[in-house]
Design a protein around this ligand. Sequence first.
Ligand code: TYC
Length: 295
Amino acid sequence: MALSCVSATMGSSTRLLRSVLGASHCHRAAVPFCTAVTSGRVKVNGVSLHYQRTGWGDHVVLLLPGALGSSQTDFGPQLKYMNKELFTVIGWDPRGYGFSIPPARDYPTDFYERDAKDAVDLMQALNFKKFSLLGWSDGGITALIAAGSYPSLIHKLIVWGANAYVAEEDLELYNAVKDITKWSPKMREPMEKLYGEEYFAKTFAAWVEAMGNFRRKSDGNICRHLLPLIDCPTLIVHGLKDALVPLFHPHSLHKQMKNSRLHLMPEGKHNLHLKYAEEFNRLVEDFLWSTELSQ
Ligand code: TYC
């Protein structure tokens, strides 16, 4: 952690203090607000979990990365540009991913539930009682499970590139990308840099295998059964050019979640939050913030 700055959840009095002092950057040393992204670790469920943190807003948000993702690799523009006055943003590395290694990643049948419990327990350990979830792809699945399993803790939910079940069509897509040597260097190299070639290849193959197991063992179901239990306001975002997750997935989520809204981005691919970060961040902030007033 390069800078030490305090950014605990703050109420209106600290916001007032801030407006009086008129500072938003670390160079005002006496002011407890900082635009930097700090990182830390907490021991949760027997594992040392790595997380990043930024902002001092009352509304606390957890960013959940995709398969083999990490806070830093998956959410750079969110950590950097989301409104730090309105939000306290936490990004985490699930066990076996990013800087939460060891342990090495494994995929028992309940791995998404295990991630969901780890994520929620991490937030409780950081003393955040209630928070919103922003989950991308596999992180979206984890977020859906967390919202369905711990509804009293979740304020709002945003998922994109996510699916609640594995269809035959998905299996074909997974198998098409299973061999990472066929990935473009642009996609492969950041992962190999983070994990080393061997860990990356082995873990990704294990993930593809685990997805196949959902199809073989539970009729494709991952968390479809939990969707009717999710009652927090939910925004489902999907890119119409997403080549990895077919459009029937967001439609099916929307249909089964009573309090959900579907937002389609015509030019968006799977990584729409990185390529169209400004548009995505605005959409997310409006959803988290504006409806808040009416609740
Ligand atoms: N679920 C993966 C993620 O979390 C993305 C992915 C989807 C990968 C479909 C391959 O065929 C695939 N980023």
